[in-house]
Design a protein around this ligand. Structure first.
Ligand SMILES: NC(=O)c1ccc[n+]([C@@H]2O[C@H](COP(=O)([O-])OP(=O)(O)OC[C@H]3O[C@@H](n4cnc5c(N)ncnc54)[C@H](O)[C@@H]3O)[C@@H](O)[C@H]2O)c1
Length: 343
């Protein structure tokens, strides 16, 4: 395991994307979102993607210069054709648009199609919460690697959901997770570290229980989280993320580009309801009461979002750990691109 400072990795990421034809501001933004994922502890969606996105730029899946365009719009809704630009650029356009419309009309919804992988979904909902707006993001992944509840074959992608709620003195409340037991990337991280995985994460291609992180690559599948309850959300992500926006569903035949995201954002402004100040005050009061709940012995009461903020503070000080295998792939990529690595 190597440990590097976030700001140095961000510079390296910016350079990696810039030399592959991305305008500097875009390259900086994509690197920043990936570093935020690593800082907040979501290594599965962090610097690991320097290499994956570079492969997708090379095979034409990500168009570094494409401009997302609104193709349908009302005062409170928009539908964006992402034109296969980098997913982060499309998702940020969508959430900015949704927040602007929610501030004007109380509530808004924005969908995106032809959208590449957007990375850590919580980046965008958290941005909205920082503007004082509640945001919900329903996302599907257009490649099958997760079965359904009681299923014995692949049906959907890891279909993540995120919601962020503005708070007063607390860090924003943040839900951000795959509707599979874990994000696919957590299995990639286990492979990079040479570790086994818990047996409730996936099945091998015969549907057998396994702790082998390679089983998913060899025809196995992930399981939806929370039995039938997680499964209900898994389908909701597909209905809103893919079907509502016209994005690729897990059941559609084409498989390229890989890991596309259909994105549907709903945003609303507390001013249209109880009022922002009253909302922030009572939200803080409520979260304070939750924090005072007596935990089980040896456990802690955490607010959703808190693990991310704690890890972020720690990693800002101590650096971001990167498995040797991931780091070697980044070095190989830098070499091919002619970039000198100074971290
Ligand atoms: N773009 C994509 O296609 C895609 C697909 C899947 C996942 N992802 C991303 O992968 C990342 C990881 O997903 P995951 O499913 O592994 O997440 P996870 O299982 O680590 O769950 C994270 C969520 O659970 C909350 N949480 C964790 N421990 C808690 C505790 N003790 N008390 C209260 N709340 C707690 C966190 O605050 C966060 O909201 C997410 O950022 C997600 O957006 C992206």
């Amino acid at each position: 395991m190597f440990i590097f400072q976030a700001k140095n990795l961000e510079k390296l990421g910016t350079e990696i994307f810039r030399v592959q034809g991305m305008p500097l501001e875009r390259a900086k933004f994509i690197a920043k979102t990936l570093i935020e994922a690593s800082l907040t502890g979501h290594d599965s969606h962090g610097v690991y993607y320097f290499v994956r996105y570079s492969e997708r730029i090379r095979d034409g899946s990500i168009d570094p210069l494409a401009k997302p365009r609104i193709i349908k719009e009302t005062a409170s809704t928009a539908l964006i054709d992402g034109h296969w630009a980098p997913g982060q650029i499309i998702a940020m356009d969508a959430v900015k648009n949704a927040v602007e419309k929610a501030k004007m009309h109380g509530i808004s919804a924005v969908g995106c199609f032809r959208c590449n992988h957007i990375g850590r979904v919580g980046y965008y909902t958290n941005w909205a919460a920082a503007q004082g707006v509640v945001a919900l993001m329903f996302v599907n992944v257009g490649n099958q690697n997760v079965t359904i509840f009681n299923g014995m074959e692949r049906a959907f992608g890891t279909n993540p959901f995120s919601a962020a709620v503005p708070t007063g003195n607390f860090k924003p409340f943040l839900i951000d997770y795959a509707t599979s037991v874990v994000a696919d990337g957590k299995i990639n991280v286990a492979r990079s570290k040479g570790e086994k995985i818990p047996t409730h994460w996936s099945r091998n291609k015969k549907g057998e229980i396994t702790d082998d992180p390679y089983a998913i690559k060899e025809g196995g599948w992930l399981l939806p989280f929370g039995e039938h309850k997680g499964y209900c959300l898994q389908i909701l992500m597909e209905l809103l993320g893919a079907i509502m926006t016209g994005s690729r569903s897990g059941f559609d035949e084409e498989e390229m580009p890989p890991s596309t995201n259909g994105v549907f954002v709903i945003a609303f402004d507390p001013e249209a309801f109880v009022g922002l100040d009253a909302f922030l005050k009572r939200t803080d009061d409520l979260l304070q009461k939750v924090k005072k709940i007596k935990p089980e012995p040896g456990k802690r009461a955490l607010i959703p979002g808190e693990p991310e903020w704690e890890t972020r503070e720690k990693r800002l000080k101590k650096g971001i750990p990167i498995p040797e295998d991931t780091w070697n792939q980044i070095l190989e990529l830098a070499d091919v691109l002619g970039i000198e690595v100074h971290v």
